[in-house]
Design a protein around this ligand. Sequence first.
Ligand code: HAM
Length: 440
Amino acid sequence: MSVIANRPKGTQDVLPADVYKWQTVERCAAGTAECFGFKEIRFPTFENTALFKRSVGDTTDVVQKEMYGVTAKSPANGKDPDDLTLRPEGTAGAARAAIENGLLKEVLPQKVYYMISCFRHERPQAGRLREFHQFGAEMYGSGDASADAEVIAMAKSLLDRLGLTNVELFINSIGCPECRAEYHKALKEYFGKHKDELCPTCLDRLDRNPMRILDCKSPICQGIAKDAPVILDFLCDECSAHFEKLKASLTDMDIEFSIDPKIVRGLDYYTKTVFEFITKDIGAQGTVCGGGRYDGLIEQLGGDPLPALGFAMGLERIIMTMENAGSEFVPARKCDLYIASMGEAAQRRAAVLANKLRAEGYFVEFDTMGRGLKPQMKYANKIGATFTMVLGDNELDAGKAKLKNMESGEQTDISLGDSFIDEFSNDLIAEMFKDPLDSI
Ligand code: HAM
């Protein structure tokens, strides 16, 4: 069907029939985060562009090629318009909010999680969208490798709870600014020999930030990067010891991992530990979770120096992986009672009874379309109502109606008077706890 304007490329609609999958993941993620002492934080969808340039880094693909600017139609009071950008990720916004609101001056560690939409102008494909959603978690204040292990354990715990066993953990250390300086020299020397083959963006990166060449998406640059020196050979003693402690802690917790010295991540703020959880089940975009330590970012954004770390999971990719693995989603809540009505008086009474039950937390519907009994019952079947009840003049006169269990067909009398709620609750509870052997 043609509509005035179609859905923009690289975006998705989640329809009511599918939203239970999202709710399963979101609730499970929030529940897991809370078990680890993380509290939810919410922050704006757009921020000053400078925030992303400073944190994500102005030589990254994200900043150079993928950000969506936000422009207001009319600049306020003739002033220059603010330079704003839709968030391409959550770490920068969460850190900005934590600094600006004094969170990092409170008790440490501060642990926050978020469920957000992010925007990156990438070429859309399966598992890669222009608007996508992340569950992210950030921990501020600990420089110890036990915090790295804790954050990885939390991501792993969520993946396990969602039934995603076919996801592998890869870790690496990209060192601190000191060891990175030596590494940059080695990279410059290596890529310098391939100057003529690098793409124009990477040629610029060669001087400014040669590590970024390692995650260029151009196949030619990727081919050259294959034989580049690896950072693990350049780690200083402190970074090596940190990495060793992380590996030992993961082993203590029986969290399996592989070391992948090629992981450098596509964002500039990382220091020391970086990690990714990858599945082979959903095609080329199989990184379901990425994260790491970013000990310099808080100071860089204007806060007091404070170590920090975190991760984010792509919710679309998590759901795709769950669908692929046949994981269970918590089904959408079913309607407890559908009240069919014949005539206006019955319909008005249905509204009153429905609202009484809803006030007690029950899920109740009645006819608001003015349809006949048959289509009303068809609708009740379609929505999978557990019970139905028909109200007409006879029922109103008698002050009672028949409550029908839609699965068994069994009917019981129910009073429409003061005991209505109690009688309904008893029937519903009996239905919920009925002996499964009864139906044999
Ligand atoms: P990231 O690796 O850029 O890291 O993104 C995290 C996750 O978001 C990816 O592993 C992937 O699952 C999902 N994702 C990224 N881009 C897309 C896309 N275009 N379409 C669908 N899913 C996507 C970060 O964003 C960091 N802020 C993570 C972090 C938090 N590091 C420390 N704290």
